[in-house]
Design a protein around this ligand. Structure first.
Ligand code: B12
Ligand code: SF4
Length: 474
């Protein structure tokens, strides 16, 4: 079969590769299918997508989409259906959380819930007539004018059985867009992402991690991850990789083994970053990670107020966060702190505490996002129960830049929240809230690698890392 995979991108300039589609492409190719991937930048119209699709003549079109991207995916799918009968499937975090509402659109033939590798293979078997659709677990489809769902799909237990993402399919020209860097004739290597585990056992109310991956943690072997790194380094010419696992250091023994193996290999030109929780790492582990090439750690700080953290069910103390940041500083590891502002119940004092805490931990970079109750999360259920969701906000606006929650009437609180964004926007390149006029007028700019907005910061990074790549996380 010929499968056309589309990434309905909403940002013009950003290096967020569609890792999910790249995994799907790999498993499909293993089964002998031909795959093409299109990065549908916001500048590409439905006609552009159709033109590309027609050239390829696919037997199946697949879209990925987060909540913020779903409207664009549907708009493109509608365009395709106007000129073709090709079956369309949508997967990814939004379709996994709201499969029914996605399927209610006539342009969508199938939705895939959760991990897609096994499901898309079986869906292809069904489309070629080798399998009955009702035996393909993990999908939703139309049957006799009704929406039907099959049994849930079992999780993939042995992640080592998955092939590496099909990086060779990435349309690089759409990603490495640092126009003025190119103009200056400078070269930069890409920062690619990788995943070493799936699943997170924690219950943070706002997080959509478990929507696709569940709470059951599965982990690739250190050898398997290292051979992917070797492929990225040697075949893709990459020198920085960001591990996007929910908690990279959840299993200490695993991290130790991974780091010791890397150290033994002595790849001094390969650096990496990861996300983790402050309570899952100590000085010794950090030191080992640094020796193994770790240059960036991202921590979900969320708030500087214990009571807000409690409301978010984050189960973390400010003390452990402080320790983690102080340890990284001692070791010279860069840090990124992510914060969530305007969580329901946040008070003026909480915002002031967050402001103070941010100064105290002094991360290298930080971003503050508006609390957004994404579908499938506990926060979503809470927001609906409390009736605090603004009415008729299209999913297009669910970017965590604009707030989708009813605004507080408390002016002092509003002002404090605004100050928190603004102060840190100018010093740390925080993604600002809707209150900053510029953000609402030019939303794309705020998904631009913010390093672009500050050549000096970018220059400093170039000196520090020898690459522009990592700046995608600024
Ligand atoms: C890395 C990451 C980023 C990176 C890069 C994003 C990228 N596209 O690579 C950056 C920092 C840029 C980013 C930005 C944002 N992110 Co983000 N991000 C992630 C993270 C941590 C990992 C994504 C990833 O690489 N997954 C690995 C791949 C393999 O998984 P996958 O894409 O889900 O694909 C699998 C299945 O979903 C399925 N599948 C996917 N597509 C398809 C298509 C078909 C046809 C089929 C059959 C199956 C299928 O099969 C795949 C393989 O099993 C996730 C959390 C998570 N654990 O998923 C959040 C997450 C996706 N991000 C989230 C959000 C909210 C955002 C932002 C809006 C705000 C923010 N937090 O900064 C922006 C805008 C993103 C956007 N494009 O819309 C939310 C999305 C919630 C939602 N319902 O939309 C998540 C779930 C985190 C959370 N807090 O809940 N993000
Ligand atoms: S925020 Fe992090 S720790 Fe909390 S559930 Fe999500 S991935 Fe797990």
């Amino acid at each position: 079969m010929r499968v056309f995979l589309i990434n309905p991108r909403r940002q013009l300039i950003r290096m967020d590769f569609p890792l999910g589609l790249l995994y799907l492409a790999s498993v499909l190719r293993e089964d002998g299918h031909e795959v093409k991937l299109m990065d549908a930048l916001p500048t590409k119209s439905a006609d552009d997508v159709i033109a590309k699709m027609k050239k390829f003549r696919p037997d199946l079109v697949g879209f990925t989409a987060t909540t913020f991207e779903i409207e664009r995916a549907l708009e493109l799918a509608k365009g395709i259906k106007r000129v073709s009968y090709v079956p369309i499937v949508i997967g990814g975090v939004h379709a996994s959380a709201e499969p029914k509402s996605v399927l209610e659109n006539d342009c969508v033939d199938y939705v895939v819930k959760g991990e897609g590798e096994r499901t898309i293979k079986e869906l292809c078997e069904s489309l070629t007539g080798d399998r009955d659709i009702s035996t393909v677990n993990g999908i939703g489809y139309h049957e006799d004018g009704k929406i039907a769902f099959t049994e849930p799909r079992d999780l993939i237990d042995d992640l080592d059985t998955l092939p590496f993402p099909a990086w060779d399919l990435v349309p690089w020209e759409d990603y490495l867009v640092y126009p003025w860097i190119k103009v200056c004739g400078l070269k930069t290597k890409p920062t690619l992402t990788a995943i070493t585990s799936r699943g997170c056992p924690f219950h943070c109310t706002f997080c959509g991690h478990q929507v696709v991956w569940s709470r059951h943690v599965r982990r690739r072997s250190p050898e398997n991850v290292i051979s992917e790194l070797k492929y990225l380094k040697e075949d893709m010419d990459v020198n920085i990789v960001k591990f996007e696992d929910g908690n990279f250091t959840l299993d200490r023994e695993w991290v130790e083994e991974f780091c010791l193996n890397l150290i033994e290999l002595g790849w001094h030109d390969l650096k990496w970053g990861c996300n983790t929780r402050a309570d899952l790492i100590d000085f010794e582990l950090m030191e080992l990670m640094k020796t193994a090439g770790c240059i960036l750690m991202e921590f979900g700080v969320e708030s500087g107020s214990e009571s807000v953290l409690k409301a978010m069910n984050k189960e973390i103390s400010l003390e452990s966060l402080k320790n983690a940041f102080s340890n990284t500083r001692k070791l010279g590891i860069k840090t990124q702190a992510s914060f969530i502002a305007e969580y329901p119940g946040e008070t003026y004092d909480d915002v002031i505490a967050t402001k103070k805490f941010l100064k105290e931990i002094n991360p290298s970079y930080c971003y503050i996002l508006a609390a957004t109750p994404y579908p499938g999360t506990a926060f979503n259920r809470l927001a609906k129960e409390k009736g605090i969701l603004k009415k008729d906000i299209p999913y297009d606006m669910w970017s965590s830049i604009d707030s989708v929650l009813e605004e507080t009437e408390d002016h002092a609180l509003k002002e404090a929240q605004r100050n928190l964004y603004e102060e840190n926007f100018f010093t740390k390149f925080t993604i600002p809230s809707s209150k900053m006029a510029i953000a609402t007028k030019f939303p794309d700019i705020f998904f631009v690698d913010s390093g672009l907005l500050n050549p000096l910061r970018l220059f400093r990074n170039l000196i520090h890392d020898g690459t522009f790549g990592i700046t995608k996380y600024l």
